[in-house]
Design a protein around this ligand. Structure first.
Ligand code: ATP
Ligand code: MG
Length: 392
């Protein structure tokens, strides 16, 4: 992929300018709100006419991510372009960087590594960072060797386009893996990961500027359900040394990618005390949503600053915050909304809904954040509100 050698010479972008966003989901919605609050215009490219970010955008280009006319519009009008999910084609970002006078942050190169699990794992290893045991299957011919070099149970993960546990199949043994792969050739190319004995999971969301300055948000402790993030607890209940180790590893990834913008690195903490990298996201992250309501600077305000070429703000520590995702599963069979009054009548709680029309099972429809000073109390409130919402 070719990049302009002068790509690092853009001067800071000031309010009044237009920013471009590839993708219009909930992460984009918060980016748009933060950017427009600071006086920027934002054009969003997303093929979905009901894209959550479109409600707040200055303009919604409703077209495919690789639509040449839409990219031309963005390239000609936007001072900078960023992305809000890793499945926008990196080639569209490369095209914008190569042919137009707009800053593309993060780079197409960084996004292309993050959107392919094989390249991502190899990149972590290249950085000398620890990952769990895995095999690569690029074509059906690789299956026998890949399966024989692995311990089971394991998880097959398609190399591209997976998110929220999609494109993943858990398999108990080698025979089952063989059957799954033979019957689902569209999973290939893929990785097969040994299922790890997790004590917990944590993530580091950070912002890095063009000059290499990094600021990390508080380390988040993440609990998943059915492969989808359920709850994030800030700050993570891990000792200082583990938190520092995770921050240092995330910084290595950001520096080696020459990353500009906000990104996240997810970690597995094993029962044997080891810490391994799981994956990264070239954008703000679901586990950083509590920063919207807690602390001094949200991950989206940080993204705006960095995309516009400013130094990252130093986020204040968060005393205690818990974010709980609200999935489409919380809606009744007949489409009846959850009992929002449970959440809204609690003064420690902030409700966020993304404006999605269809509450499908497993679809992230919103989240709520519980804030306070006593972590146990905040976790208790979050769990009881979550139960009340689901019991509805
Ligand atoms: P998301 O987009 O929500 O981050 P994803 O689809 O990219 O999810 P992963 O992060 O790879 O998927 O996996 C989702 C979750 O499944 C992990 O956070 C973890 O809870 C569990 N998981 C994934 N891989 C493993 C593994 N090798 N061993 C144990 N648990 C795993
Ligand atoms: Mg993940």
């Amino acid at each position: 992929m070719q990049h302009k050698p002068d790509a690092i010479q853009h001067s800071p972008i000031l309010p009044g300018a237009t920013l471009g966003l590839l993708g219009g989901g909930q992460l984009g919605r918060y980016f748009v709100i933060a950017a427009r609050t600071a006086g920027y215009e934002v054009w969003v490219l997303d093929p979905d006419p009901y894209a959550p970010a479109a409600h707040f955008a200055s303009r919604h280009l409703c077209a495919a991510y690789d639509d040449p006319d839409a990219l031309k519009e963005l390239g000609n009008h936007c001072a900078a372009v960023t992305t809000e999910f890793e499945n926008t084609p990196a080639s569209a970002m490369a095209q914008l960087a190569d042919h137009y006078d707009c800053a593309v942050r993060p780079s197409a190169q960084a996004v292309s590594i993050a959107q392919d699990r094989i390249r991502e794992k190899q990149f972590f290893q290249l950085c000398d960072l620890p990952v769990g045991h895995y095999s690569v299957i690029r074509s059906p011919a690789d299956i026998p060797a890949a399966l024989s070099s692995l311990s089971f149970p394991a998880i097959i993960k398609t190399a591209r386009f997976g998110y929220d546990g999609k494109g993943q199949v858990r398999v108990a043994n080698s025979e089952e893996a063989l059957t799954v792969l033979q019957n689902n050739l569209d999973l290939i190319p893929c990785v097969i990961e040994q299922q790890l004995d997790l004590a917990t999971e944590i993530s580091v969301v950070l912002g890095r500027s063009e000059s290499g300055e990094i600021q990390c948000f508080p380390v988040s402790e993440n609990q998943h359900k059915d492969g989808i993030l359920d709850i994030s607890i800030l700050p993570a209940r891990v000792n200082h040394q583990i938190a520092e180790q995770a921050r240092e590893m995330a910084k290595i990834v950001a520096h080696k990618l020459d990353y500009v913008g906000v990104m996240a690195v997810e970690f597995f903490l094993l029962k044997d005390g080891n810490i391994l990298l799981n994956e990264m996201a070239p954008r703000p992250h679901n586990s950083g949503h509590a920063t919207i309501d807690a602390g001094t600077c949200s991950q989206f305000e940080q993204q705006v600053r960095l995309v516009c070429g400013f130094a990252p703000e130093s986020p204040a520590p968060v005393p205690a915050a818990v974010m709980v995702n609200i999935l489409g599963d919380s809606w009744g069979e007949d489409g009846v909304s959850p009992a929002w009054e449970y959440l809204l009548s609690n003064p420690q709680t902030r409700l966020h809904l993304y404006g999605k029309r269809e509450p499908r099972k497993g679809r992230k429809m919103g989240h709520f954040t519980v804030l306070g000073t006593d972590q146990n109390q905040v976790i208790g409130v979050a769990l009881s509100l979550r139960a009340a919402l689901q019991g509805h």
